[in-house]
Ligand binder design. Structure first.
Ligand code: ADP
Ligand code: MG
Length: 375
């Protein structure tokens, strides 16, 4: 197995993109669901045409598979320890040195974002593994303080997920020009053990705003943000180094129209897309070196203002389902992730960027035309 990791190396200030494909569920295996995702090596993802994958000979002849390359590609057998080692773990040293970093899980509902970020008792996700890694990394450093908070952005409102007393938990976001964004009154935990953090995450996750949609009864319509602030004495300067690591379980990226939403649900969808769009726009602006970054366009990007760009290191994990019925969502996720990846590359060659995008869309349009002609 290769030892390559995300976020390492000389290009560490740029956004790194990984894709993780979840396994098919037993119920999916027992029905007519076909696995249309192939992870060829540590980088290459192939999405098969759902018609071809279902062994429909006529469609197979005309099939067109989609290929994408990423910094890392994790197949359904890859465990969360490996995903952690290749994505968040390389960021820990930077946070301990006083830098801000962030890790995002992007993808449609049911693709494995919460499994990747929060996980289960038996398979903890990136959030608690990272805190564990921080403790291990600095076991000998008595000056280290680890402070955690867990919040959600739901309908452009910030809520405290760590509040136990049943208060509504709405939070005010203040922006200090020196210390950055801060959440007034948020529940902060001085973490002493991984178990304590896992409890905060699992209890907080239950408090997340989840409402039934036609697509998935436990569909999460909120963005969950887990922030860990590390403070330690700098042995050389006697000053205090403060670094912040933000780990974000984004809301489902599926389009509102696909979930038969209307009314309030549709409004949520619009807000979720607004935050995701704002996030994409900020990443785009940061990567292209633009002097204006539209952080103010959403609550999520306002909250993460000091955790994106500048000296921050960012990792995006795009979660996908191999289910052929999720083809459109999976393709959209791969395109979004591919865009983030291209932006990173374009940051080095800024003049190429607009053409890159135009070419990408031209290819997509020509693919669609060909597919339409074959139907
Ligand atoms: P999301 O948060 O993207 O809506 P979840 O993380 O809740 O999706 O995943 C949906 C279901 O799939 C959950 O039951 C979860 O435990 C399971 N799952 C997701 N990814 C994996 C994986 N890599 N291995 C095993 N089970 C997974
Ligand atoms: Mg989820």
């Amino acid at each position: 197995m290769s030892s390559s990791t995300l976020g390492d190396g000389e290009d560490s200030s740029r956004i790194r993109v990984a894709v993780r494909c979840r396994p098919l569920f037993a119920t999916e295996k027992n029905s007519d669901v076909v696995d249309i995702c192939r992870i060829l090596d540590e980088h290459l993802v192939i999405l098969l045409d759902p018609g071809a994958a279902s062994n429909d000979y006529l469609r197979q002849e005309k099939s067109k598979e989609k290929r994408f390359a990423f910094d890392q590609a994790f197949d359904a057998q890859t465990d969360s320890q490996r995903v952690f080692e290749a994505t968040a773990q390389p960021l820990i040293g930077s946070v301990l040195q006083g830098f801000n970093c962030s890790v995002f899980a992007y993808g449609s509902t049911g693709a494995g974002k919460t499994f990747t970020m929060i996980g289960t008792d038996t398979e903890p996700g990136i959030m608690s593994r990272t805190v564990d890694g921080i403790f291990q990394h600095a076991a000998s450093d008595g000056s280290l303080s680890v402070t955690c908070c867990f919040v959600e952005v739901y309908n452009e409102v910030l809520r405290d997920l760590g509040s136990r007393d049943g208060r509504e938990g709405m939070l005010d976001l203040r922006e200090d020009p020196v210390t950055g964004p801060s959440l007034t009154g948020v529940t902060e935990i001085q973490a002493k053990s991984v178990e304590q953090v896992m409890e905060l995450l699992q209890e907080g996750n239950k408090r997340r705003t989840t409402e039934p949609t036609a697509m998935n009864v436990t569909s999460s319509r909120s963005h969950a943000v887990f922030q860990v602030r590390l403070e330690r004495r700098d042995p050389r300067s006697e000053g205090v180094m403060i670094g912040k690591l933000s780990m974000i379980d984004l809301a489902g990226s599926e389009r509102a129209s696909q979930t038969n939403n209307s009314g309030l649900r549709f409004l949520e969808g619009a807000n979720i897309n607004r935050s995701l769009l704002a996030l994409g726009n900020c990443i785009n602006a940061l990567a292209s070196g633009s002097s204006f970054v539209p952080f103010r366009d959403s609550k999520l990007t306002r909250l993460l203002k000091d955790s994106l760009g500048g000296s921050c290191r960012t990792v995006m994990i795009a979660n996908i389902s191999p289910n052929h019925l999720s083809y459109e969502d999976t393709l959209n996720t791969l395109k979004y992730a591919n865009r983030a990846k291209n932006i990173r590359v374009s940051a080095l060659q800024q003049l190429v960027q607009p053409d890159d995008h135009v070419r990408q869309y031209e290819h997509a349009i020509s693919d669609l035309r060909q597919e339409a002609a074959l139907l």
